[in-house]
Write a protein that binds this ligand. Structure first.
Ligand code: ADP
Ligand code: ASP
Ligand code: MG
Length: 820
């Protein structure tokens, strides 16, 4: 005979009860079936809430009415699909149960308390309703069935709400039950009886345990737990994308995974089935064709090392410490005795080797009771300062990595903890089971989902996430989004999930939980958005969505955004930008950015601030790290001015050349930033600072394209309409140069610690003579590169190359995949 257990998720409505019936009849026909049922989905939660609300004097009328509706709804729907379904007696039964429930709740409301012995009876209502409905379905179809009552058969001890079964005694009681397979046995899960004959429950989610007890009591050939997923995965499939289904688990592995939070199986389930060597299958009611996960003595040959990762929420940690602890014999046992006498179960323990402190985690629901008890029993030691005041930390979670094969592999702990570091998760305490079957860490509860996600990513998948937020959607920003949109699928094939979760302009911020679909009209959505950009907004979004590798891409030229970088890195974001404002602010801020990047383990990447897409910064940094020193630098650093001065050679006027450059997207949004020489000065300053020169922007000597007598105030359009006033001046300069056989170039140079930006006339033999059309050319004269300089040359302006450079920096934020 097989035991089949169906959870609440399999019993959500009439249609699911009928699916369960199909599965049950299939098994009944081949091997005989004993069915254990949970309450219909949500019913136990509703009953528990009703008890809480009534006993705290709240109005529970609405909830009660909802429960009523759900239960009668199932009956009505069954009647529609199965017209011959006899529902009158059942309806009467349900009504009686609800009346009785109401009387209890009124009592709770009057007394302002809910005795656990009565709560146990109330919580079990759902399971009894479930078996009565199911039995009536089978009877309607002419299948012989019998409801067996665990409140007569399964002896248990412990709390009314969390009892443990005595399988040996229960088994003897089952000898009366007909387990030949002739009739379908139907048993409500979750319920048992204590030695006093009172109804008790086996703990929330305890129907799995009931199935295991029944399997042991009737010597079932197999115990099948039917739920709403295909089996046990290596992480909760409803929380982790790409969780992998496991084919087999040993009893011990299943125990460890469920103990540390894998809700698919109640941890107490393993005891009876392991002891009686009963194989257990986890299967999906919604997909009966799937083979499921087998839990037995057999280890998987497919997954040999780490099997899974799970987490337990709502944990509180106690730390008992003090000078009197050292060497005080029996201290630990006294602490744990207090907990065990109060029936409080401890999930994890660590003790410092100095024996100066003991830390342990318990479920938060027991925390205040535990604290009172500890303070009472150690009152003397506390009063005499032998113990420090007992430290209590709330809102914690335990994240655990599980697998039998972990014993034989090195480096798993290192990989586990470096994954947590990558997600910037602090370990409050760490424990490794002596069986080496699991490693656990205690962390802040708010970080648990993120931690599970990143650990899963590093151990089980080749997929690495970049969670990006774009600030500024001008020419470069828009181009970058286009490039990302085109590349997303290709990157995914290569194991990189690059998603844009947020887009902001100077007024609005658009955030989307699953990532913004770039093929849709995001700009209309941005316009409709009600929120505006702030670091707090971004940070709370990242927390809410458990994003692992958040990156802010600043494609503005705003100083205000540049001033946020330190705060952004402190909040966990990498920063990627073509914006020069941060690196050319005060030297103190420049240094603070680097220190913050280092201390927060975040990346600050700005390759495109000099030479757009050309690899300038990276190469310069590598030279300097390798011990080289900058002697002299000379170059055309502005794509826009390379273009404008090239056009002057061809006979175009300054205003015409500027107009075309602006149209082609070669200039900064405001062309005055280029023509004033400040933009080149900023690039020069960035280069100089990379080469260890501690200069400020004011130290750069600038000869602007716009002479000082020219009034360049007003809007961009006003400025552009005034620009022709300078055409004659530049025509003269160009002609004078031509007569000398030279051309004009806008050159930045660093020499002997001084930075100069100026218009230079260069002859045919000068390397910068041919640099035009938006090209950049940089000649780095260093100790290693002399007399021939290190030269970098190529397009140094334009949205496409700049965006591609930013894109490359974004990809550099991806943590290295580690292999073990
Ligand atoms: P039932 O109502 O059938 O008892 P539960 O809700 O108690 O179902 O358990 C099934 C749920 O367990 C799944 O929907 C899934 O979200 C969760 N779960 C947590 N960890 C795991 C895991 N490692 N593998 C499969 N499911 C898991
Ligand atoms: N119905 C009970 C609960 O929700 C038992 C179970 O479903 O396993 O906790
Ligand atoms: Mg369950």
């Amino acid at each position: 005979m097989k035991v089949l257990k169906f959870g609440g998720s399999s019993l959500a409505d009439a249609e699911r009860y009928l699916r369960v019936k199909d599965i049950c009849l299939d098994t009944h026909a081949t091997s005989g079936a004993a069915v254990v049922l949970s309450a219909p989905k949500g019913v136990t939660n509703a009953l528990s809430l009703l008890c809480d609300e009534a006993s705290s004097g709240k109005d529970y009328g609405e909830l009660f009415a909802k429960l009523n509706m759900v239960l009668f709804g199932i009956l009505d729907d069954l009647k529609v699909t199965l017209p011959e379904f006899e529902d009158a007696a059942l309806a009467k039964y349900i009504q009686n149960v609800l009346n009785e429930l109401n009387q209890h709740l009124e009592g709770f409301a009057l007394l302002r308390c809910a005795p656990e012995s009565v709560v146990a009876k109330i919580l079990s209502i759902g399971e009894y309703l479930s078996v009565n409905i199911f039995s009536q379905i089978l009877t309607t179809l002419g299948t012989k069935n019998q409801i067996i009552d665990p409140a007569e058969l399964i002896l248990a001890e412990g709390d009314y709400l969390d009892s443990i079964a005595d399988v040996a005694v229960s088994k003897a009681r089952f000898s009366e039950v007909d387990s030949s397979g002739e009739v379908v046995l139907i048993m409500p899960g979750f319920v048992a009886v204590n030695a006093e004959g009172e109804k008790v429950t086996l703990g929330r989610n305890g129907s799995d345990y009931s199935a295991a007890i029944l399997a042991a009591c009737i010597d079932a050939e197999c115990c099948e737990i039917w739920t709403d997923v295909d089996g046990v995965y290596n992480a909760d499939p409803n929380q982790v994308d790409g969780a992998v289904l496991l084919d087999k688990l040993t009893y011990q592995e299943a125990m460890e995974l469920s103990y540390f939070g894998a809700k698919v199986l109640h941890p107490k389930t393993i005891g009876p089935i392991a002891q009686h060597h009963i194989p257990c299958l986890i299967r999906n009611t919604l997909n009966p064709a799937a083979p499921g996960t087998l839990i037995s003595n057999e280890a998987s040959t497919k997954w040999t090392s780490v099997k899974g990762i799970s987490h337990l929420d709502d944990m509180t940690m106690f730390n008992v410490a003090g000078p009197g602890m050292k060497g005080m014999v029996g201290m630990a046992s006294r602490v744990f005795e207090v907990m065990s006498n109060a029936n409080i179960s401890i999930s994890l323990i660590t003790q410092s080797s100095s024996e100066y402190s003991i830390s342990f985690c318990i479920h938060s629901k027991d925390a205040s009771r535990a604290q009172d008890l500890l303070e009472d029993s150690f009152a003397l030691e506390l009063a005499n300062n032998l113990l420090d005041p007992i430290e209590v930390r709330h809102d914690l979670a335990i994240v655990t990595l599980v697998g039998d094969g972990m014993r034989h592999s090195q480096g798993l702990a290192a990989k586990f903890f470096s994954s947590l570091a990558q997600a910037r998760v602090n370990n409050v305490a760490i424990a490794q089971g002596s069986s080496e079957r699991s490693i656990s860490t205690v962390i802040e509860s708010s970080k648990a989902k993120k931690a599970v996600k990143v650990v899963h990513q590093n151990f089980f998948s080749n997929l690495h996430a970049i969670d990006a937020f774009l600030v500024g959607c001008g020419t470069v920003g828009k181009e970058l989004l286009d490039q990302i949109s085109r590349q997303q699928a290709i990157l995914l094939e290569r194991g990189i999930s690059l998603k844009i979760y947020g887009i902001a302009n100077s007024r609005k911020l658009l955030l989307k939980a699953g990532g913004i679909d770039l093929s849709e009209d995001w700009s209309a959505q941005l316009n409709d958005s009600e929120q505006s950009l702030s670091v707090e907004q971004l940070q709370s979004f990242v927390m809410r969505n458990s994003l692992v590798n958040p990156v802010v891409i600043d494609c503005t030229s705003s100083s205000i955004i540049a001033e946020l970088y330190v705060e952004l890195m402190n909040s966990g974001f990498h920063v990627v930008t073509p914006n020069k404002k941060a690196n050319t602010a005060s030297y103190a801020y420049y240094q603070q950015l680097r220190e913050t990047a280092q201390s927060t383990n975040r990346q600050f990447l700005y390759e495109t601030t000099v030479g757009a897409g050309l690899p300038v910064i990276d190469n310069l940094q590598k030279l300097i790290y390798a011990g080289d020193e900058l002697q002299r630098f000379e170059g055309i650093l502005s794509g826009s001015l390379s273009f404008v001065f090239g056009k002057l050679d061809e006979g175009l006027s300054l205003s015409q050349a500027t107009e075309i450059a602006k149209k082609n997207g070669f200039t900064e949004p405001d062309p005055r930033d280029d023509l004033s020489g400040t933009d080149v000065a900023r690039k020069l300053l960035i280069m100089a600072r990379e080469a260890d020169l501690k200069l400020e922007l004011e130290d750069i000597q600038i000869e602007p394209v716009l002479p000082s007598h020219f009034d360049s105030s007003g809007s961009i359009d006003e400025f552009m309409s005034k620009l022709p006033e300078l055409d004659a001046l530049y025509a003269d300069k160009v002609n004078a140069a031509k007569e000398e056989g030279t051309v004009l170039r806008y050159v930045g140079s660093i020499s002997k610690g001084k930075c100069v930006v100026s218009i230079q006339a260069v002859g045919e033999d000068h390397p910068l003579y041919v640099i035009k059309e938006g090209e950049n050319a940089l000649a780095i004269h260093s100790n290693y590169y002399q007399p021939i300089p290190y030269v970098i040359r190529g397009y140094g302006a334009g949205a496409a190359v700049t965006a591609a450079g930013v894109f490359a920096d974004v990809l550099r934020t991806m943590p290295w995949k580690q292999d073990v």
